[in-house]
Ligand binder design. Sequence first.
Ligand SMILES: CC(C)(COP(=O)(O)OP(=O)(O)OC[C@H]1O[C@@H](n2cnc3c(N)ncnc32)[C@H](O)[C@@H]1OP(=O)(O)O)[C@@H](O)C(=O)NCCC(=O)NCCS
Length: 206
Amino acid sequence: MTYGEKLGVMKELRNGPPIEICIGTDKILLCPVNNNWRSVFDNLPEKCGRWRKLNPTVANSSFKITKDRTISWLDFNISACETTLLFIIKNEMLGEIGHIGFDLMEDSSIWISRVVRGEKGVPGAMSEAVREICSIAFSKFDCDEIFLECYEDNIRGVNFYQENGFSIIGKKFLLPKQLNDEVTWAECSEKDDYKRVMLVLLKTKR
Ligand SMILES: CC(C)(COP(=O)(O)OP(=O)(O)OC[C@H]1O[C@@H](n2cnc3c(N)ncnc32)[C@H](O)[C@@H]1OP(=O)(O)O)[C@@H](O)C(=O)NCCC(=O)NCCS
C-alpha cells in the first residue's frame, strides 16, 4: 500500500461516520475531528483544554493553555493536518469522555498519540479505543507494526499500554528546553545529564 493510499484512508476516516464500539451493555463512539468540529461537539476547546490541564505531565511540551490556543490546535494541528487523526470518545449518557489519535509518519508507520481520558465512566473505554485504533491500523493501513511513546515516569500509562499488547522496544533520553513560555523535551544522548526518559512501545500484528 502506498503512502498516498494511506493518506486517502486518513481522509476517509476524518470525514467518515463515528465508529461504534460496544463495551458490555455500554457503547462508545470514536468521533473524528474534522473541519466541522464546531457544529459536531459541544464546547470542545474548553473540554480538551481542561483534559490537558488535568494531565500536564503527559504532553511533550508545557505552556499556558488558553481557549484560543486550543482552538488553533484543533484547527491547524488536528483537522487541517492530513497526517493526523484525532477521535473524540463519546458516550451517549456522559458525552465526551476523552480522546485518542494517531499519526501517519513519513516512513508510512503509524504512531498512536494523544490518548487521554478526561472524564470518569465506562470502564474499559480507553482500552477498547486503543484496540480499535490498532485494528484499523492493521486492517485499513495494512500495517504489521504500531508504535507509540510514553514517558517512563507515567507508570499508569506504561502499564495501560502493556496490558493492551504493547512492548517496550526503546528509550529516548530527554532534556528540557525553554522557548518563550513553552518548555519542550528534546532528545539528548544517554551520556548527557538527561532529566526524563521517553519509552518507545510497539505492538505487532499476530
Ligand atoms: C492511560 C489512560 C488513558 C488509561 O485510562 P483508563 O481509564 O485506566 O483505561 P480504561 O478505560 O481502559 O479502563 C481500564 C479499567 O477498566 C477496567 N475494564 C473494564 N472493562 C474493561 C474492558 N472491556 N477492557 C479493558 N479494561 C476494562 C479495567 O480492569 C481497568 O480497571 P482498573 O483501573 O481498576 O485497573 C488514563 O489513565 C489517562 O488518560 N491518563 C493520562 C493520560 C496518559 O497517560 N495517556 C497515555 C500516555 S501518552
